[in-house]
Design a protein around this ligand. Structure first.
Ligand SMILES: [Zn+2]
Ligand SMILES: [Zn+2]
Length: 346
């Protein structure tokens, strides 16, 4: 088969690669679509190396059609369309047993430990099948929508960690695909208002179209705009949806006393931001993190997309064939459009 193989940071080649075979308990999918994630770009540029090996096939946001079923892989059928929660928990560690399977000590993931879906076919290892990470796609959901269930599931995990609810005022810093999914999710949860901080004018226009107040941090005093919109108090909740150092401390300044901040974005190696810890201390701020997703978030994300409660199709701005995976990565890295999807042969 053909696959986009990353041999070293910056060295991505679309080339022949061994056809995956379904061993005992395993599945092979013909890829329908695989979306590019900010994490893929960080690995591509060598800014994330934890758990990464070379050569590797990236791609952890994907869906596909079952074309081979190994012995004992359950009741799946050839031809079924499935989405895959790519993070496989061990089920035994202290975190798995206490409801935090997303930070499992032994977790293994597609696109990291196992070859991912920037390829014509992808093998689903037995652990993924056994753990229930393979979800049959609901009616009325297309390939690229299904590929976005993973990032939406991660967003659901982050908002659950911080607690977003009816009547909250919310600031989202960074409006890439993840910021956009945060906005759409928060609106479904009944927030009072959302302010989006984003320097890219095209992305600000999308945020405004979706109902947010879009702020240009280059020309506006962000803190003043947020204060004016919140009776001088600051926001109930702030989500950091882009991993650039200067926004981490800004997030603390935009929250009201008792406010909640979610550090959703990962920061690149060496990019550790300075933080005024007295803002946390005196303002009694609560800061949460967000790492990947739990299986139930994936199921909820698929249901929200399939029901139309959260429409993700307008976030997919580019669809490219596998042969142009390198160009797809470049478009994503340049921040053109929002979500870039590599289309598979299924
Ligand atoms: Zn991702
Ligand atoms: Zn575990």
């Amino acid at each position: 088969m053909r696959a986009a193989v990353l041999h070293a940071p910056g060295d991505l080649r679309v080339q022949d690669w061994p056809d995956p075979v379904a061993g005992p308990g395993e599945l092979v999918l013909k890829v329908g679509s695989a979306a590019i994630c900010g994490t893929d770009i960080r690995i591509f540029r060598g800014r994330k190396n934890k758990g990464v090996h070379f050569p590797t096939v990236l791609g952890h946001e994907f869906a596909g059609r079952i074309v081979a079923i190994g012995a004992g892989a359950g009741d799946f059928k050839i031809g079924e369309c499935v989405g895959v929660d790519p993070v496989y928990p061990c089920g035994r560690c202290a975190y798995c047993q206490s409801g935090r399977e997303n930070v499992c000590q032994n977790r293994q993931a597609m696109g990291y430990e196992f070859d991912g879906a920037f390829a014509e076919y992808v093998r689903i290892p037995a652990i993924g099948v056994q753990r229930g990470n393979i979800f049959r796609l609901p009616e009325g959901i297309d390939w690229s929508q299904a590929a976005l269930a993973e990032p939406l599931g991660c967003v659901l995990n982050g908002q659950e960690n911080m607690g977003i609810g009816v009547g909250d005022s919310l600031v989202i810093i960074g409006f890439g695909p993840i910021g956009a999914l945060h906005l759409k999710t928060a609106l479904v949860s009944g927030v009072r208002q959302v302010l989006v901080v984003e320097p890219n004018p095209a992305r600000r226009a999308v945020a405004a179209h979706l109902g947010a107040v879009a702020i240009d941090p280059k020309s506006a005093d962000v803190a003043e705009v947020v204060r004016n919109a919140t009776d001088g108090l600051g926001a109930d909740a702030v989500i950091v949806a882009i991993g650039v150092p200067q926004v981490a401390n800004q997030a603390l300044t935009l929250a009201r006393k008792g406010g909640r901040i979610n550090m959703f974005a990962g920061f690149s190696v060496g990019d550790m931001p300075p933080i005024d810890v007295n803002l946390i201390h005196y303002n009694e701020l609560t800061i949460t993190g967000a790492s990947a997703l739990k299986r139930r978030h994936f199921g909820t994300a698929l249901a929200l997309i399939a029901s139309g409660r959260i429409d993700v199709s307008d976030l997919v701005t580019h669809r490219l064939p596998l042969a142009e995976a390198g160009r797809a990565m470049a478009i994503a890295e340049a921040g053109e459009g929002l979500k870039i999807v590599v289309e598979g042969p299924a």
